[in-house]
Ligand binder design. Structure first.
Ligand code: MN
Length: 742
């Protein structure tokens, strides 16, 4: 700490003291404290010359990450040490060998994992999907890498304000796309919720603030309702001598936003959605009995919905979640979800099972769904030869899938994602069982391979040695394991056939005395118009190629003798890593280049078109995206496709901005609703044509039971012009709501 300035020292020591306080319960011995202090000193020295974008000394970041690991994820001393050191090997002189000699082998491995995936921070140039794959590759070694990574991301999200706007959007998109689902799968619920909320705050600042404001305004109403609802339950629980706390929390801003958009409902219809949580303080052996006792009390007062009872105490979810859920009818006719659990279960629900059991550096822990999941992911990584994006999609499926529980004929419990079929079950048992599967018996009834399983089913697989994996199977299996095994077998079978075809071809060529060179391959692929050489061989083996054509050519002294110009090498399919847009990016200077100016064709020689999915108009927040075939497309930042584009192809995203001028008109669509009222239509058309001088392309109004909905397509110059239009329609009497819909 010698060379930090006095004011920096103050900030740093303050942060460090906060960390010590947060780890008080975790530090069990003097040695624990000494290790944390040592890590702090090493990191503080190493990062001495660095500052964060916010201006703070850099070391405040690792300290904050360590604190999140302790307080919010519940990790142990080793993880806290590694969190403090997480950026040293990447950004400073410190090497992995230094880490090993100063701390130990475990620490080295974790820092190594964190360093390998550190490219994730280079948002402007890197392929996020590939980075993410690398991150997942470290998963089997030590899951703590992922937990620390989540803490790191959370702190970066909390401090995203100091980043540039375009970086904010990219980081927020990735967070929604990958990190929040990952936090969900690892069961770190508080982290997941905060990541989602923060991402929304940067992606949709106005909508975020709107919901936040409305939640605040409706707070009193909610509190009154909750208090009235829990009153009788509370009394009875006390009477029965149970120790408990009751919480009633509204849904998160993100989940409200999600509902509004996915289900097309208004805030007013869902603001009172919340769950009541009853948390018992009860010994382990009493847990289950006591939770059901509470269930019995709750349903004495309120009628439960029989379809909504969930017992995750007897069978915990895959991410370790344990709880008893029921949905009951309140006196005012509103459904209310009640969650019943113990203190222990609540901690797992908030911080995640892995942190709780396996990585607190204490012994113990029971067989859990988490190990099961990790094993499946490991298997997926080892067997996956498909491209990265496919891998990420498969992987993401495994993050959010709800689970079902089914049984083998011997009563063994298997966990599968919802919508899993009999064939998924077969592959889950063993690859060979899957490959040979011809059908199944579910609850003793014969069903086809594609039969969708339900919780509680007992499944017996029927196999035949004559069966081989079929392409069509890919249409109904849902587990990534089954998918990758099927693809792999199909590919193997294809290659085997192609190999046979190649032998036939070689014999033919030998007979004609034509050597099999690259040029010959090129000509043959062209001659038979096949995609590549393996496909040609495959078709030969299948008898679909007329090989006598070759003889004719050779006899005519033709092309196989290569008198003609031919490229050196056959055009095989490009390797996965090379992306056809790379050249484009260089041409457009996409990596670091200046922003493209929209609306001024003289300034930049760049062709762009406006994406149809979101139809941007001047004034919208937009970005450019380099497509493979259609050049640059301009999307709105809030385009439904934006998150995925930015997360998958961050390096193809270009900065763009509007040139402010009224040269061109853009088409925009406005939807409005209101109460039927003679004259409304007239008022609207008058406003549009006379007052605002707007060109209307179309106007449709439909009416139903005294309520109408109208759509206007109009030509406007920019968002200001459009807002003017929206505001003046709002003024019309009888109009209820007006919004832009495209
Ligand atoms: Mn970091």
């Amino acid at each position: 700490m010698a060379e930090y300035s006095e004011s920096d020292k103050k900030i740093i020591l303050n942060a460090y003291r906060g960390l010590l306080k947060a780890t008080k319960k975790i530090r069990k011995t003097a040695d624990d404290t000494a290790r944390i202090r040592k890590a702090f000193n090493v990191a503080a020295d190493a990062h001495m010359s660095m500052r964060r974008k916010s201006g703070e000394p850099y070391i405040t970041h690792p300290i904050a990450v360590a604190r999140i690991c302790a307080e919010e994820i519940g990790l142990g001393v080793t993880s806290i040490v590694c969190a403090l050191l997480h950026d040293t090997v990447e950004d400073t002189e410190i090497t992995l060998d230094d880490i090993e000699s100063l701390f130990g082998k475990k620490e080295r491995n974790i820092i190594d994992g964190l360093t390998k995936i550190s490219g994730v921070f280079d948002f402007s140039t890197s392929d996020q999907a590939e980075n993410f794959r690398k991150m997942i590759l470290t998963l089997p070694d030590d899951v703590r890498v992922i937990f620390i990574k989540l803490a790191d991301r959370l702190h970066n999200m909390r401090t995203l304000d100091s980043m540039r706007k375009d970086k904010q959007l990219k980081i927020a998109s990735e967070t929604l796309f990958l990190y929040a689902p990952l936090a969900h799968r690892l069961g770190v619920n508080t982290v997941k919720t905060e990541l989602e909320n923060l991402a929304l705050k940067f992606k949709e600042p106005e909508e975020y603030e709107d919901i936040q404001g409305k939640l605040k305004k409706t707070n009193d109403v909610r509190t009154r309702f909750i208090n009235a609802f829990i009153e009788p339950i509370k009394k009875e629980l006390e009477k029965q001598g149970l120790n408990f706390t009751i919480k009633g929390r509204p849904k998160s801003i993100f989940s409200i936003w999600n509902k509004i958009h996915k289900k097309h409902v208004a805030f007013e219809e869902i603001y009172d959605l919340f769950a009541i949580r009853i948390i018992l303080d009860t010994p382990l052996e009493q847990e289950k009995a006591d939770c059901w006792k509470v269930y019995s009390i709750v349903t004495d007062f309120y009628r439960p919905n029989p379809d909504r009872l969930r017992d995750w105490i007897t069978t915990p979810r895959g991410n370790g979640y344990e709880s008893l859920h029921t949905t009951v009818m309140s006196p005012s006719g509103k459904w209310v979800e009640v969650q019943i659990r113990t203190e222990r279960m609540d901690e797992i629900a908030e911080k995640g099972l892995a942190a709780h059991w396996k990585y607190k550096e204490s012994k113990g822990g029971k067989e859990n769904g988490f190990d099961n999941w990790i094993n499946k992911i490991r298997d997926l990584i080892e067997n996956n030869h498909a491209n990265t994006l496919e891998f990420i999609d498969d992987f993401k499926l495994s993050l959010y899938a709800e689970e079902i529980y089914v049984f083998t004929p011997k009563g063994e419990l298997k966990m599968l994602p919802a919508k899993a079929t009999a064939l998924d079950f077969a592959f889950d048992i063993h690859t060979d069982v899957g490959k040979k599967c011809i059908g199944a018996k579910v609850n003793h009834k014969l069903v086809p391979l594609s039969h969708e399983l339900k919780s509680g089913d007992q499944v017996e697989i029927i196999t035949s040695n004559k069966q081989v994996p079929k392409e069509a199977w890919l249409n109904f299996v849902v587990t990534s394991r089954a998918k990758s095994k099927i693809k792999q077998s199909i590919k193997e079978a294809y290659n085997q056939v192609a190999e046979e075809g190649k032998e036939i071809l070689m014999r033919k060529l030998k007979h004609l005395k034509v050597p099999l060179t690259d040029k010959a391959i090129y000509e043959l692929v062209k001659l038979y118009d096949t995609k590549n050489f393996p496909e040609l061989n495959y078709l030969i083996a299948k008898g679909k190629i007329d090989l006598s054509k070759i003889k004719t050519i050779v006899e005519k002294g033709g092309e196989l003798n290569y008198k003609k110009e031919a490229p050196e090498v056959v055009k095989e399919e490009k390797p996965e890593s090379s992306d056809p847009t790379n050249d484009l990016i260089t041409n457009f200077g996409g990596k670091s280049g200046e922003a493209i100016i929209l609306g001024d064709d003289n300034l930049n020689q760049v062709d762009y078109t406006f994406a149809k999915c979101c139809s941007p108009i001047p004034g919208d927040d937009v970005f450019g995206f380099i497509t493979i075939k259609d050049g640059i497309k301009i999307h709105r930042n809030n385009c439904p496709n934006a998150t995925q584009l930015m997360a998958h192809y961050a390096y193809r995203v270009l900065k763009v901005q509007w040139k402010s001028q009224k040269l061109k008109e853009f088409s925009a669509e406005i939807t409005f609703t209101g109460i039927d009222n003679i004259g409304v239509l007239h008022s609207i058309t008058t406003i549009i044509t006379n007052n605002l001088n707007i060109n209307m392309q179309s106007l449709n109004i439909g009416s139903n039971d005294g309520v109408f909905e109208g759509k206007i397509k109009a030509l406007v110059y920019d968002t200001t012009h459009l807002d003017q239009l929206i505001n003046s329609i709002k003024q019309v009497e009888g109009i209820n709501e007006v919004k832009r819909t495209s």
